[in-house]
Design a protein around this ligand. Sequence first.
Ligand SMILES: O=C([O-])CC(=O)C(=O)O
Ligand SMILES: [Mg+2]
Length: 413
Amino acid sequence: MTDFRQQALDYHAKPVPGKICIELTKPADSAKDLALAYSPGVAEPVREIAADPDAAYLYTGKGNSVAVISNGTAILGLGDLGPLASKPVMEGKALLFKRFAGLDAVDIQVRHRTTNEFIDTVANIADTFGGINLEDIKAPECFEIEQQLIKRCNVPVFHDDQHGTAIVTAAGMLNALEIQGKQLGQVTIVCMGAGAAAVACMELLVKCGAQRERIYMLDRQGVIHTRRDELPAHKELFANNTDKRTLDDVMSGADVFVGVSGPDVLPAETLALMAPNPVVFACSNPDPEIKPELAHQVRDDLIMATGRSDYPNQVNNVLCFPFIFRGALDVRARVINDEMKIAAVDAIRQISKEPVPDEVLRASDIGSLTFGKQYIIPKPMDPRLCQRVAKAVAQAALDSGASQFEQLPPHYQ
Ligand SMILES: O=C([O-])CC(=O)C(=O)O
Ligand SMILES: [Mg+2]
C-alpha cells in the first residue's frame, strides 16, 4: 500500500511535475511564422471575431476546449480540502479529456467567499472555452451554481459529478438489472448519500423508469423521510413517506444499493439483508462503501460495481464526460439537455453487449470480456465510446434543437 502511495506520488512528480502541458499546433520557427502567429498577423482574426463571435470557433482553439472548474469543496469522496488540493484531480480530468476524446481541457481552481462570487467568476470567463465542466463542488451549492451558469453562459455547462455519474450509473444499472432479470420500474432502491451525485443519479433513474416511492435515500442522519424537519430542497425531492429509519430497515429486501457517500459505510451483515440477486454499486472514490472482496464473500448472487479501475465494472463518470463534451462541442450545442444524456445512456449500454476489441482486452490485461455479471459496462479505454457515445449525443443535440447545426459533421457520417 505504501508502495502504491509512492508510485502515485512519483507518477505525478516525474519526469516533470503534473500530468498535462500545452503544445503548439502551428509552426513558430521563422520570422514569417511569428508575423502570422503574432503581430501583425494576429490582428486579422481579432477583427473577424470582434465582428462575429462565432469566428472564434474558426480561428482559435475555443471549439475544442473545455474548462474543468472546481472550488475543491467535494474532492472525490475525500471532502472539502480546498481549491488547490483539487488540482491533481482536475489535471486528471484534463488528461482523460485529451486521452479519450482529443479535447484540450484547462483546469481552473477558484477561491471564493460566496456562491455568487464563484458563479460570477465562471460566467465571466466562460466565453473563452467551448464548454464548462464543473467538478467536485459540494451540495447544495452545486445545484444553484449549475443552474445559474446554464442561464448565463452561451456554452454548455455540465456538472460532471451530478450528470456524468448519473449517466454511467443509469447505463450500468439498466444492464445489471437486465442480467439479474429485474425491471427498473419494479425494484426497491437504496441510495446511500444525498449529495450531488446521489440526487442526480436518482433523478435520472426516475427518468429511465424507476419509481420515486421505491427509492430510499439516506444522509448522515439516516433515511430521508417526509416527517423530517427542515430538509433542503434537493433532499425533499426524495423524502419517502415511510416508517423505515435505518439503513438496515431499508436494505431488508432491497434489490439495488447505490453508494455515492464515503468509504466502508455498508456493513457485510446489512448486505446480507438484500433480496436475492441484488445489484450493489459502491461508487465512492477512491474507497467504496463496501470492499468488493468482502461483498463477494457475503453473497455470490450479486452484481457489484465500484468507481475504481482496479476492479470489474467501473461505474465512473470517465465513461461519460469526455464523450458527452465531444458530441456537444462537435455540433456546437448550447446546452447538454436530457435528450443528450439519455442518448449517452443508451449508447454506453449498447457497447457493452457487443464483442470487445482486442486492444481493450490488452489494455485491461484480461483474456476475455463478455456481457455478464463481471462486465456490465464498457472499459474506459474502449475506442468505440468516443465514436458511438459522442455521435449519439451529437445526434440527440440536433434532434432536440440544442445545436445550431442542421446536420452531423462529416466525420460522424
Ligand atoms: O474522479 C473520479 O474518479 C470520479 C469523480 O468525479 C469523483 O469521484 O468525484
Ligand atoms: Mg468528481
